[in-house]
Design a protein around this ligand. Structure first.
Ligand code: FES
Length: 156
């Protein structure tokens, strides 16, 4: 872990969420390792249990390695009605996964679900890292995955 990331923040508890976010973002596998959590707890002078509690409470943090692209599929009511379940199944199918929460063997993709992404007008929707994709169809999902695979430098 690059401790310079922590030093951007005064060690006050109100900066904890930002620091967790930045450290996770900087990790190659998009997660917070045990070592990260210990370093963060030391820096903020907080018990490790408190930092663990925060990291496990918010779904945006992960304590296990994830892919380069995190696909968050909205499951809230408008997306659900517009076919979110089909979207979930299609991503899982295209990526060769068995269920939500898994990461592809090439470590490129992790599929997760999410509450409303604030783009209900284009339901069903998902967010991949910081980019929102709406009006998802089977063809569009395949195209998105193909484009990201090409971007990820993978030859899968
Ligand atoms: S319900 Fe899916 S974006 Fe709002």
């Amino acid at each position: 872990m690059d401790k310079r990331i922590l030093q951007k923040y005064p060690p006050n508890a109100e900066n904890l969420l930002f620091a967790l976010h930045d450290i996770q973002d900087a990790e190659k596998e998009n997660y917070l390792s045990e070592e990260d959590l210990k370093n963060i707890a030391d820096y903020f002078n907080l018990p490790l249990s408190k930092v663990m509690g925060v990291a496990t409470f918010y779904s945006m943090y992960s304590l296990k390695p994830r892919g380069k692209f995190i696909i968050r599929i909205c499951e809230s009511a408008p997306c659900h009605v517009a076919g979110a379940l089909n979207v979930i199944n299609e991503f899982i199918n295209v990526l060769g996964l068995e269920k939500v929460g898994e990461t592809t063997k090439d470590k490129l993709f992790t599929v997760e679900t999410s509450a409303c992404l604030g783009v209900c007008g284009v339901a069903p929707a998902c967010m991949i890292n910081d980019v929102v994709y709406g009006n998802l169809t089977k063809d569009k999902i395949k195209q998105i995955v193909d484009d990201l695979r090409a971007k990820g430098g993978s030859n899968v």
